[in-house]
Each structure stands twice: as C-alpha cells, then as structure tokens.
Design a protein around this ligand. Structure first.
Ligand code: PGA
Length: 255
C-alpha cells in the first residue's frame, strides 16, 4: 500500500535561527517515541532552513522545498537549482502553489518545466492545482483543473507519473478557514484521476497520489481528506504548530 503524505508548507515564516530552533525543538518533542508506518511526513521550510531541518529531524521527516527553478546551474540570480535541493537532502518540492501563480505570475508552462526538472534530479514534485473563488462561482472548475493538470504533466513519462503528487488546493480555501464539502473534494479527485488516466492510461494514471490542501487542521482533516479518500494533505498555517502537525499525522495514520 502506498503511504499517505502529510506535507507542511511553512511558507515565509521562522524569521531567525532562534525561531527555527524553537520550532525544531518543539517538533522533536512531539515526534519522540512516535512511529509512522502508513504516513510520510514532509516539511517544506524556507530554503535557508532546509539544511538545519535535515540535521535536526531529517530521519523522521522528509524534507521539501517550496519552489525550485527549472535550470540546473548558471547565471540565474536568486534562483535555486533542483540539484542544490537534492544535494541538501530534499526529496520533495512544492511546484505551482497558488501564491506563486498569483504573486509571481507562474504559468502552467513554468510549472511543467520546474516539475520535470525536479523529477529528473530525483525530487518528487508536489503540484498544486485548484480554482479561485471567481472560477468556482462561474462554474469553471472543470476547465481550470483540466488545464492545470494537463499543463503540469506535459511530457511526463507514464512510468514516472506515480512519483508526482497532485494537490487539489482550491484557492478560496487557502488561508481562509472555509473548506469544501467532502463531496466537492471527491468530485475534484475523480476529475483529476480521470485526466491522469486520459494522459497515462488506466494503469499508470491511477498511481499518482492526489492529496488535499487548503485550511487543513485537526478538525477539518476528516471532511477534506479522510472521507473523500484523499492520499494525504498539504498543510499551511497549522504546520507552524508542531503539536497540531503531529496530531494530524496521527489521525491520518489511523484513518
Ligand atoms: P493553509 O495553507 O493551510 O494555511 O490554508 C495551505 C497552503 O497554502 O498550502
């Protein structure tokens, strides 16, 4: 059985080494004597903290980054190479988060290049797709998700499809405490699965884990993740609280 994935997106937080150490100490305490057999815990701190996270909790928690550049090396001021991430211990990277699409105008094409490059360098891309409030109100969910998933998975080899992770993360649910019903999440999951089967065939298209993101916490986890049969969750705010993050992992582990 494939393990479930609980990924924490720490975003632009933990502003100093002191804050980072506090967080890591809290996390170590919460993880003590706990073993997760069915759930992979992933944390995506800001780039500058990745190495310290690896040294501190790297055995129990897989490391991820929040973004990556498509090129490997060269004159790209300010960018981070997938190979740098790999060599720093990262196994995952979030690609196409709605905040990157919105504030940095990331296109489906760029998301695809980044995801392919991450993959080529041995890092699993966690690709975010989902509709905005306006797109939801104008019943454009089908078109938006189809465009985003097809765009992100362009030129992916079918045998590699299983190593990608797709997050259904409705943009209107991010940072809001408003969440979709289980049926809405299930509908999105079936749609994404159908698109993937169309792209990769019925065998390989079924293997890509589809997880949920957007206002996940210990109270909402059942409705948006467990009941609709998602393969895990991407957590923003609540991953900043080690206790809540580990509690969510425990619920997923049992669920
Ligand atoms: P949130 O963020 O859990 O704070 O809503 C989720 C995300 O942006 O991935």
């Amino acid at each position: 059985m494939n393990k479930k994935i609980l990924a924490g997106n720490l975003k632009m937080n933990l502003l100093s080494p002191l804050e980072r150490e506090r967080y890591l100490n809290g996390l170590k305490k919460e993880l003590k004597n706990k073993k997760f057999e069915n759930t992979t815990l992933v944390l995506c701190p800001p780039f500058v903290h990745i190495e310290a996270f690896g040294k501190s909790v790297g055995k129990k928690v897989a490391l991820g980054a929040q973004d990556v550049f498509a090129e490997i090396q060269g004159p790209y001021t300010g960018e981070i190479s997938p190979l740098m991430l790999k060599n720093t211990g990262c196994e995952y990277v979030i690609v196409g988060h709605s905040e990157r699409r919105r504030y940095f105008s990331e296109s489906d094409y760029e998301v695809n290049l980044k995801a392919l490059s991450a993959m080529r360098n041995g890092i699993r891309p966690i690709i975010c797709v989902g509709e905005t409030r306006e797109e939801r109100e104008t019943h454009a969910i089908l078109q938006v998700i189809t465009r985003q998933v097809r765009g992100a998975m362009e030129n992916v080899n079918r045998v590699k499809a299983r190593d990608f992770v797709i997050v259904y993360e409705p943009v209107w649910a991010v940072g809001t405490d408003v969440i979709p019903s289980s049926d809405e999440v299930l509908g999105a999951k079936l749609l994404i699965k159908k698109i993937l089967v169309g792209l990769f065939g019925s065998q390989h298209g079924q293997e890509t884990p589809i997880i949920y993101g957007g206002s996940v916490n210990v109270k909402t986890l059942r409705q948006v993740c467990i009941d609709p049969g998602m393969s895990g969750a991407l957590v923003g705010r609540e991953s900043l609280n080690p206790r809540e993050f580990v509690r969510m992992a425990e619920i997923l582990e049992k669920g």
